[in-house]
Design a binder for this molecule. Structure first.
Ligand SMILES: [Zn+2]
Length: 385
Protein backbone atom coordinates (compact mmCIF):
# COMPACT_ATOMS: atom_id res chain seq x y z
CA UNK A 1 0.00 0.00 0.00
CA UNK A 2 0.98 3.62 -0.36
CA UNK A 3 2.64 5.36 2.58
CA UNK A 4 0.38 7.93 4.22
CA UNK A 5 1.37 11.56 4.66
CA UNK A 6 1.11 12.51 8.32
CA UNK A 7 -0.55 15.81 7.45
CA UNK A 8 -3.34 13.96 5.63
CA UNK A 9 -5.17 13.48 8.91
CA UNK A 10 -4.80 17.07 10.11
CA UNK A 11 -8.23 18.46 9.16
CA UNK A 12 -11.38 16.78 10.38
CA UNK A 13 -13.95 19.42 9.43
CA UNK A 14 -14.40 21.25 6.13
CA UNK A 15 -12.66 24.57 5.70
CA UNK A 16 -15.04 27.50 6.22
CA UNK A 17 -14.78 28.92 2.69
CA UNK A 18 -14.17 26.41 -0.08
CA UNK A 19 -13.56 27.12 -3.76
CA UNK A 20 -13.39 24.20 -6.18
CA UNK A 21 -12.34 25.21 -9.69
CA UNK A 22 -12.71 22.63 -12.47
CA UNK A 23 -11.10 23.36 -15.80
CA UNK A 24 -13.04 21.14 -18.20
CA UNK A 25 -10.54 19.40 -20.46
CA UNK A 26 -7.65 21.20 -18.75
CA UNK A 27 -4.90 18.62 -19.04
CA UNK A 28 -1.46 19.39 -17.71
CA UNK A 29 -0.30 19.84 -21.31
CA UNK A 30 -3.07 22.38 -22.01
CA UNK A 31 -1.90 24.32 -18.93
CA UNK A 32 1.68 24.10 -20.22
CA UNK A 33 0.51 25.44 -23.59
CA UNK A 34 -1.06 28.48 -21.86
CA UNK A 35 2.14 29.10 -19.89
CA UNK A 36 4.22 28.82 -23.04
CA UNK A 37 2.05 31.55 -24.57
CA UNK A 38 2.27 33.92 -21.58
CA UNK A 39 6.04 33.34 -21.54
CA UNK A 40 6.17 34.24 -25.24
CA UNK A 41 4.25 37.44 -24.45
CA UNK A 42 7.02 38.32 -21.98
CA UNK A 43 9.69 37.64 -24.60
CA UNK A 44 10.73 34.40 -22.89
CA UNK A 45 11.01 30.77 -23.96
CA UNK A 46 9.28 29.62 -20.77
CA UNK A 47 9.06 30.17 -17.05
CA UNK A 48 6.06 32.52 -16.81
CA UNK A 49 3.24 31.06 -14.72
CA UNK A 50 -0.48 31.30 -14.36
CA UNK A 51 -1.56 32.19 -10.81
CA UNK A 52 -2.92 28.76 -9.96
CA UNK A 53 0.24 26.87 -10.93
CA UNK A 54 2.09 28.87 -8.25
CA UNK A 55 -0.10 27.35 -5.52
CA UNK A 56 2.03 25.48 -2.96
CA UNK A 57 0.40 22.04 -3.24
CA UNK A 58 0.42 19.99 -6.42
CA UNK A 59 -0.89 16.56 -7.27
CA UNK A 60 -2.37 14.37 -9.97
CA UNK A 61 -5.77 12.69 -9.99
CA UNK A 62 -6.71 9.61 -11.99
CA UNK A 63 -10.03 10.03 -13.77
CA UNK A 64 -11.18 6.76 -15.41
CA UNK A 65 -14.94 6.16 -15.12
CA UNK A 66 -16.82 3.03 -14.04
CA UNK A 67 -17.05 1.77 -17.62
CA UNK A 68 -14.36 3.60 -19.63
CA UNK A 69 -10.62 4.21 -19.40
CA UNK A 70 -11.28 7.72 -20.65
CA UNK A 71 -14.02 9.56 -18.81
CA UNK A 72 -16.51 12.17 -19.94
CA UNK A 73 -17.51 15.24 -17.93
CA UNK A 74 -20.62 13.75 -16.34
CA UNK A 75 -18.88 10.63 -14.97
CA UNK A 76 -15.93 12.72 -13.82
CA UNK A 77 -18.13 15.49 -12.38
CA UNK A 78 -20.06 12.79 -10.53
CA UNK A 79 -16.84 11.26 -9.16
CA UNK A 80 -15.60 14.64 -7.97
CA UNK A 81 -18.93 15.74 -6.46
CA UNK A 82 -20.16 12.44 -4.98
CA UNK A 83 -16.99 10.41 -4.42
CA UNK A 84 -18.30 7.51 -6.54
CA UNK A 85 -17.47 6.32 -10.04
CA UNK A 86 -20.24 6.01 -12.58
CA UNK A 87 -20.58 5.23 -16.28
CA UNK A 88 -19.90 7.84 -18.92
CA UNK A 89 -22.99 9.97 -19.68
CA UNK A 90 -24.55 9.21 -16.27
CA UNK A 91 -24.95 12.09 -13.86
CA UNK A 92 -25.14 11.98 -10.06
CA UNK A 93 -26.22 8.34 -10.10
CA UNK A 94 -24.29 5.06 -9.85
CA UNK A 95 -24.09 2.66 -12.84
CA UNK A 96 -27.37 1.03 -11.68
CA UNK A 97 -29.12 4.40 -11.61
CA UNK A 98 -29.21 4.85 -7.82
CA UNK A 99 -28.95 8.47 -6.75
CA UNK A 100 -25.66 9.67 -5.30
CA UNK A 101 -25.23 12.70 -3.04
CA UNK A 102 -23.24 15.68 -4.24
CA UNK A 103 -20.87 17.38 -1.81
CA UNK A 104 -22.91 20.56 -2.38
CA UNK A 105 -25.82 18.96 -0.51
CA UNK A 106 -23.57 17.69 2.31
CA UNK A 107 -22.18 21.18 2.83
CA UNK A 108 -25.56 22.90 2.40
CA UNK A 109 -26.96 20.72 5.17
CA UNK A 110 -24.02 21.79 7.33
CA UNK A 111 -25.04 25.43 6.94
CA UNK A 112 -22.85 26.35 3.98
CA UNK A 113 -24.17 28.66 1.29
CA UNK A 114 -23.60 27.11 -2.14
CA UNK A 115 -22.66 28.70 -5.46
CA UNK A 116 -22.45 26.83 -8.79
CA UNK A 117 -20.73 28.71 -11.61
CA UNK A 118 -19.85 27.76 -15.18
CA UNK A 119 -18.83 29.51 -18.37
CA UNK A 120 -20.99 27.02 -20.31
CA UNK A 121 -24.72 26.22 -19.79
CA UNK A 122 -25.90 25.57 -16.23
CA UNK A 123 -27.44 22.24 -17.32
CA UNK A 124 -24.21 21.02 -18.93
CA UNK A 125 -22.51 18.01 -17.34
CA UNK A 126 -20.06 19.54 -14.86
CA UNK A 127 -22.30 22.10 -13.10
CA UNK A 128 -25.25 19.64 -13.20
CA UNK A 129 -23.17 17.00 -11.40
CA UNK A 130 -23.23 19.30 -8.37
CA UNK A 131 -27.02 19.69 -8.11
CA UNK A 132 -28.82 17.04 -10.22
CA UNK A 133 -29.27 13.29 -10.66
CA UNK A 134 -30.06 11.75 -14.04
CA UNK A 135 -29.44 8.51 -15.88
CA UNK A 136 -28.45 10.68 -18.83
CA UNK A 137 -26.52 13.94 -18.90
CA UNK A 138 -28.45 14.78 -22.07
CA UNK A 139 -31.86 15.10 -20.31
CA UNK A 140 -31.19 18.81 -20.24
CA UNK A 141 -34.65 20.14 -19.49
CA UNK A 142 -35.37 17.70 -16.66
CA UNK A 143 -31.92 18.43 -15.22
CA UNK A 144 -32.77 22.14 -15.22
CA UNK A 145 -36.05 21.36 -13.49
CA UNK A 146 -34.02 19.95 -10.57
CA UNK A 147 -32.17 23.22 -10.01
CA UNK A 148 -34.77 25.00 -7.82
CA UNK A 149 -35.12 21.98 -5.49
CA UNK A 150 -31.45 22.24 -4.59
CA UNK A 151 -32.14 25.44 -2.67
CA UNK A 152 -28.60 26.55 -3.51
CA UNK A 153 -28.21 30.28 -3.17
CA UNK A 154 -26.31 31.17 -6.33
CA UNK A 155 -25.99 29.88 -9.88
CA UNK A 156 -24.24 31.62 -12.79
CA UNK A 157 -23.63 30.23 -16.28
CA UNK A 158 -23.93 30.93 -19.99
CA UNK A 159 -27.63 29.97 -20.00
CA UNK A 160 -29.55 26.76 -20.64
CA UNK A 161 -29.47 24.06 -23.35
CA UNK A 162 -32.89 22.81 -24.50
CA UNK A 163 -34.46 26.06 -23.42
CA UNK A 164 -38.01 25.03 -24.33
CA UNK A 165 -37.83 21.27 -23.77
CA UNK A 166 -38.21 19.00 -26.79
CA UNK A 167 -41.67 17.48 -26.32
CA UNK A 168 -43.80 18.83 -29.19
CA UNK A 169 -46.96 17.17 -27.75
CA UNK A 170 -46.58 19.03 -24.47
CA UNK A 171 -44.89 22.36 -25.13
CA UNK A 172 -43.03 23.62 -22.10
CA UNK A 173 -42.30 27.01 -20.59
CA UNK A 174 -38.98 28.56 -21.52
CA UNK A 175 -36.41 27.37 -18.98
CA UNK A 176 -36.21 30.83 -17.41
CA UNK A 177 -40.00 31.01 -16.91
CA UNK A 178 -40.04 27.48 -15.48
CA UNK A 179 -37.29 28.42 -13.01
CA UNK A 180 -38.92 31.74 -12.09
CA UNK A 181 -42.21 29.95 -11.31
CA UNK A 182 -40.28 27.84 -8.81
CA UNK A 183 -38.71 30.80 -7.08
CA UNK A 184 -35.40 31.26 -8.88
CA UNK A 185 -34.65 34.83 -9.91
CA UNK A 186 -33.18 34.41 -13.42
CA UNK A 187 -31.01 37.42 -14.24
CA UNK A 188 -29.88 38.39 -17.71
CA UNK A 189 -27.65 41.32 -16.75
CA UNK A 190 -25.34 42.43 -13.97
CA UNK A 191 -27.95 45.02 -12.94
CA UNK A 192 -30.61 42.34 -12.51
CA UNK A 193 -28.11 40.24 -10.60
CA UNK A 194 -27.36 43.12 -8.20
CA UNK A 195 -31.08 43.46 -7.52
CA UNK A 196 -31.41 39.71 -6.79
CA UNK A 197 -28.40 39.91 -4.47
CA UNK A 198 -30.04 42.78 -2.58
CA UNK A 199 -33.21 40.70 -2.13
CA UNK A 200 -31.20 37.59 -1.15
CA UNK A 201 -33.09 35.61 -3.80
CA UNK A 202 -32.13 32.17 -5.02
CA UNK A 203 -30.67 33.26 -8.33
CA UNK A 204 -29.29 32.21 -11.70
CA UNK A 205 -27.20 34.67 -13.69
CA UNK A 206 -27.17 34.03 -17.48
CA UNK A 207 -25.44 35.77 -20.37
CA UNK A 208 -27.64 38.65 -21.62
CA UNK A 209 -27.43 37.42 -25.21
CA UNK A 210 -28.88 34.02 -24.25
CA UNK A 211 -32.25 35.40 -23.12
CA UNK A 212 -35.03 33.37 -24.77
CA UNK A 213 -32.63 31.09 -26.56
CA UNK A 214 -30.30 28.12 -26.39
CA UNK A 215 -26.87 28.55 -24.87
CA UNK A 216 -25.42 25.59 -26.75
CA UNK A 217 -23.42 27.60 -29.23
CA UNK A 218 -21.37 29.49 -26.73
CA UNK A 219 -18.41 30.99 -28.52
CA UNK A 220 -15.26 30.35 -26.56
CA UNK A 221 -12.22 32.52 -26.42
CA UNK A 222 -13.20 34.70 -29.36
CA UNK A 223 -14.62 38.18 -29.72
CA UNK A 224 -17.44 38.27 -27.17
CA UNK A 225 -20.44 40.63 -27.10
CA UNK A 226 -19.96 43.83 -25.12
CA UNK A 227 -22.49 42.74 -22.50
CA UNK A 228 -20.71 39.40 -21.92
CA UNK A 229 -20.41 38.56 -18.20
CA UNK A 230 -16.94 37.13 -17.60
CA UNK A 231 -16.25 34.13 -15.39
CA UNK A 232 -14.43 36.49 -13.00
CA UNK A 233 -17.53 38.68 -12.74
CA UNK A 234 -19.61 35.57 -12.06
CA UNK A 235 -17.32 34.72 -9.13
CA UNK A 236 -17.41 38.33 -7.88
CA UNK A 237 -21.23 38.35 -7.98
CA UNK A 238 -21.21 34.99 -6.19
CA UNK A 239 -19.10 36.42 -3.38
CA UNK A 240 -21.49 39.38 -3.11
CA UNK A 241 -24.44 37.00 -2.87
CA UNK A 242 -22.87 34.50 -0.46
CA UNK A 243 -20.80 36.99 1.61
CA UNK A 244 -18.33 35.91 4.30
CA UNK A 245 -21.01 35.94 7.01
CA UNK A 246 -21.68 32.23 6.58
CA UNK A 247 -19.41 29.42 5.36
CA UNK A 248 -19.67 28.74 1.64
CA UNK A 249 -18.82 26.26 -1.09
CA UNK A 250 -18.30 27.57 -4.62
CA UNK A 251 -17.76 25.25 -7.60
CA UNK A 252 -16.63 27.17 -10.65
CA UNK A 253 -16.13 25.49 -14.01
CA UNK A 254 -14.06 26.78 -16.91
CA UNK A 255 -16.21 24.86 -19.35
CA UNK A 256 -15.20 26.33 -22.68
CA UNK A 257 -11.61 25.09 -22.30
CA UNK A 258 -12.98 21.67 -23.27
CA UNK A 259 -15.05 23.02 -26.16
CA UNK A 260 -12.05 24.83 -27.64
CA UNK A 261 -9.74 21.85 -27.16
CA UNK A 262 -12.19 19.43 -28.82
CA UNK A 263 -11.78 21.56 -31.96
CA UNK A 264 -8.00 21.64 -31.39
CA UNK A 265 -8.22 25.43 -31.52
CA UNK A 266 -4.97 26.44 -29.92
CA UNK A 267 -5.66 30.12 -29.24
CA UNK A 268 -9.19 29.72 -27.83
CA UNK A 269 -7.92 26.88 -25.60
CA UNK A 270 -5.11 29.03 -24.24
CA UNK A 271 -7.30 32.11 -23.79
CA UNK A 272 -9.97 30.06 -22.01
CA UNK A 273 -7.37 28.87 -19.51
CA UNK A 274 -6.17 32.46 -18.99
CA UNK A 275 -9.82 33.51 -18.37
CA UNK A 276 -10.17 30.64 -15.93
CA UNK A 277 -7.01 31.82 -14.14
CA UNK A 278 -8.50 35.33 -13.82
CA UNK A 279 -11.59 33.86 -12.14
CA UNK A 280 -9.29 31.98 -9.76
CA UNK A 281 -7.52 35.25 -8.96
CA UNK A 282 -10.84 36.62 -7.60
CA UNK A 283 -10.94 33.68 -5.19
CA UNK A 284 -7.28 34.23 -4.39
CA UNK A 285 -7.99 37.83 -3.31
CA UNK A 286 -10.68 36.44 -0.99
CA UNK A 287 -8.16 33.89 0.32
CA UNK A 288 -5.64 36.65 1.07
CA UNK A 289 -8.28 38.39 3.21
CA UNK A 290 -9.22 35.10 4.98
CA UNK A 291 -6.03 32.97 4.77
CA UNK A 292 -6.78 30.78 7.80
CA UNK A 293 -10.32 29.95 6.70
CA UNK A 294 -10.14 29.50 2.93
CA UNK A 295 -9.29 26.54 0.70
CA UNK A 296 -8.88 26.84 -3.07
CA UNK A 297 -8.58 23.64 -5.12
CA UNK A 298 -8.04 23.76 -8.88
CA UNK A 299 -8.28 20.66 -11.04
CA UNK A 300 -9.70 19.26 -14.29
CA UNK A 301 -12.25 16.56 -15.02
CA UNK A 302 -10.15 15.07 -17.85
CA UNK A 303 -7.82 16.22 -20.61
CA UNK A 304 -9.10 17.19 -24.05
CA UNK A 305 -7.41 17.33 -27.44
CA UNK A 306 -4.10 15.73 -26.50
CA UNK A 307 -1.95 18.79 -27.08
CA UNK A 308 1.79 18.14 -26.97
CA UNK A 309 5.12 19.93 -27.20
CA UNK A 310 7.30 18.13 -29.70
CA UNK A 311 8.88 20.88 -31.77
CA UNK A 312 9.27 24.57 -31.10
CA UNK A 313 5.75 26.06 -31.36
CA UNK A 314 5.64 29.34 -33.30
CA UNK A 315 3.48 31.66 -31.18
CA UNK A 316 4.37 34.69 -33.22
CA UNK A 317 2.97 33.23 -36.45
CA UNK A 318 -0.12 31.83 -34.76
CA UNK A 319 -0.87 35.07 -32.92
CA UNK A 320 -0.57 37.05 -36.14
CA UNK A 321 -3.22 34.87 -37.78
CA UNK A 322 -5.40 35.12 -34.68
CA UNK A 323 -5.29 38.92 -34.72
CA UNK A 324 -5.82 39.13 -38.47
CA UNK A 325 -8.88 36.89 -38.17
CA UNK A 326 -10.49 39.43 -35.83
CA UNK A 327 -9.93 37.21 -32.75
CA UNK A 328 -12.00 34.37 -34.14
CA UNK A 329 -10.84 30.98 -35.31
CA UNK A 330 -13.37 30.18 -38.01
CA UNK A 331 -11.20 27.66 -39.79
CA UNK A 332 -12.75 24.30 -40.58
CA UNK A 333 -11.30 21.17 -38.99
CA UNK A 334 -8.91 20.41 -41.82
CA UNK A 335 -7.64 24.01 -42.12
CA UNK A 336 -7.21 24.21 -38.37
CA UNK A 337 -5.21 20.98 -38.25
CA UNK A 338 -3.01 22.14 -41.14
CA UNK A 339 -2.32 25.42 -39.36
CA UNK A 340 -1.46 23.68 -36.09
CA UNK A 341 0.89 21.36 -37.95
CA UNK A 342 2.56 24.19 -39.84
CA UNK A 343 3.38 26.10 -36.64
CA UNK A 344 4.25 23.05 -34.50
CA UNK A 345 1.17 22.85 -32.32
CA UNK A 346 0.53 19.13 -32.01
CA UNK A 347 -2.84 17.71 -31.02
CA UNK A 348 -3.61 14.00 -30.98
CA UNK A 349 -7.39 13.70 -30.70
CA UNK A 350 -10.70 15.47 -31.12
CA UNK A 351 -11.85 13.75 -27.93
CA UNK A 352 -10.85 13.42 -24.30
CA UNK A 353 -7.57 12.07 -22.92
CA UNK A 354 -7.16 9.66 -20.03
CA UNK A 355 -3.92 10.68 -18.33
CA UNK A 356 -4.20 11.88 -14.69
CA UNK A 357 -5.32 15.50 -14.36
CA UNK A 358 -3.33 18.10 -12.42
CA UNK A 359 -4.45 19.31 -8.97
CA UNK A 360 -3.34 22.61 -7.44
CA UNK A 361 -4.29 23.83 -3.96
CA UNK A 362 -3.70 26.66 -1.52
CA UNK A 363 -5.08 27.48 1.93
CA UNK A 364 -6.41 25.56 4.90
CA UNK A 365 -6.37 21.83 4.16
CA UNK A 366 -4.49 22.28 0.87
CA UNK A 367 -1.81 19.75 1.86
CA UNK A 368 -4.36 16.94 1.36
CA UNK A 369 -4.30 17.63 -2.38
CA UNK A 370 -0.57 16.93 -2.86
CA UNK A 371 0.61 13.73 -4.50
CA UNK A 372 -1.37 11.14 -6.36
CA UNK A 373 -5.06 10.56 -5.81
CA UNK A 374 -8.20 9.43 -7.60
CA UNK A 375 -10.97 11.83 -8.56
CA UNK A 376 -13.29 10.05 -6.09
CA UNK A 377 -11.16 11.42 -3.24
CA UNK A 378 -11.96 15.13 -3.68
CA UNK A 379 -15.20 14.89 -1.73
CA UNK A 380 -13.75 13.32 1.41
CA UNK A 381 -10.68 15.53 1.27
CA UNK A 382 -12.86 18.66 1.12
CA UNK A 383 -15.26 17.41 3.78
CA UNK A 384 -12.23 16.70 5.96
CA UNK A 385 -13.23 13.13 6.69
ZN1 LIG B 1 -15.46 17.30 -23.66
Amino acid sequence: MHPERSSAKATTTPTKYVFLFIGDGMSYNNVALAESYISYKQGKLGGEQLLFTTFPEFGFATSHSANRRVTDSSASGTAISTGSKTNNAMLGVDPEGNKLKSISYDLHEMGYNVGIISSVPVNHATPSAFYANSNSRYDYYSITEQLPGSGFEYFAAAGMINYYGDDDENPKDGADIMLEKQGVNVCFSIEEAKEAIKNKDMMLVCQPYNKNREAANYDAGGATPADHISLSQMVELGLERLTDEKPFFIMCEGGEIDWAAHSQKTFPTVLSIIEFDKAISVAYEFYKAHPEETLIVVTADHGTGGSAFSEDPDWEALEKIWIESGYKNNLNGHENREMNKKYNFDWSTGGHTGEPVPVYAVGKGAEKFAGSMDNTEFKTKILGR
